[in-house]
Design a protein around this ligand. Structure first.
Ligand code: TTP
Length: 196
């Protein structure tokens, strides 16, 4: 029986969680993703991950066993302490990519697990350094369709792989779900990985 729910519409998170052999169901949740006044990026991603897992928990009553839980996650790109969300337009995407050009930024993912009488969360940070990007290159990249649903306007797992000069920390964290830390979080709740 499947007692783990991934509260996410993201196909990438689904693929990543499946990669570590976890049995789960997926449900999407809709929460307000606005940043609170003065909220720090690490607090923001943790809060949203917690809200997603709590919303998923409320919507899907789970059996009262220790291994029943809902996992939520939120990923954001941070440069100079400023949060970059998903771009709404070509202009916004090009502006974001120009901000990232030739420098190091942080990708932060909050992960949160909510169960019956149980809640735990964590934030994972990866440092990514981009090569210099010119405006024409950023405009061409927008045309690929890749930036629009991704924090910071890029997908490291896609065409934007060629922008990356250096990465320090978890790769899966950049794609949306830090796998080592997620496995730890699940393990603490008694949920097994590598189920065969
Ligand atoms: C930086 C980066 C982000 N992303 C994605 C991961 C997340 O899916 C997305 C950030 O948006 P999120 O709000 O974290 O997630 P989501 O809206 O895709 O899914 P849900 O809220 O339902 O869980 O950006 C990549 O796929 N590759 C990258 O290199």
């Amino acid at each position: 029986m499947c007692d783990l729910i991934l509260a996410s519409a993201s196909p990438r998170r689904k693929e990543l969680l499946a990669q570590i052999g976890v049995v789960f169901k997926q449900c999407s949740v809709d929460i307000d993703e606005s940043v609170l006044p003065g909220e720090r990026p690490e607090d923001y991603v943790r809060r949203l991950a917690c809200e997603k897992s709590q919303a998923g928990f409320q919507r899907n009553p789970l059996p009262n066993s220790q291994q029943s839980a809902v996992l939520g996650a939120d990923t954001t790109v941070v440069v100079d302490g400023v949060i970059l969300g998903k771009p709404d337009s070509e202009e916004q995407a090009v502006e974001m990519l120009q901000q990232l050009s030739g420098r190091t930024h942080q990708v932060m993912t909050g992960i949160a697990l909510t169960g019956n009488g149980y809640a735990n969360s964590q934030v994972v940070v990866t440092h990514v350094t981009f090569k210099a990007l010119d405006v024409a290159q950023c405009r061409r990249y927008w045309q690929t369709g890749e930036p629009c649903d991704k924090a910071g306007g890029y997908g490291i797992q896609g065409y934007a792989a060629v922008f990356v000069g250096k990465i320090e920390g978890s790769y899966s964290n950049v794609v949306g779900l830090p796998l080592a830390e997620t496995a730890e979080l699940l393990g603490k709740a008694g949920i097994k990985i590598w189920q065969v």
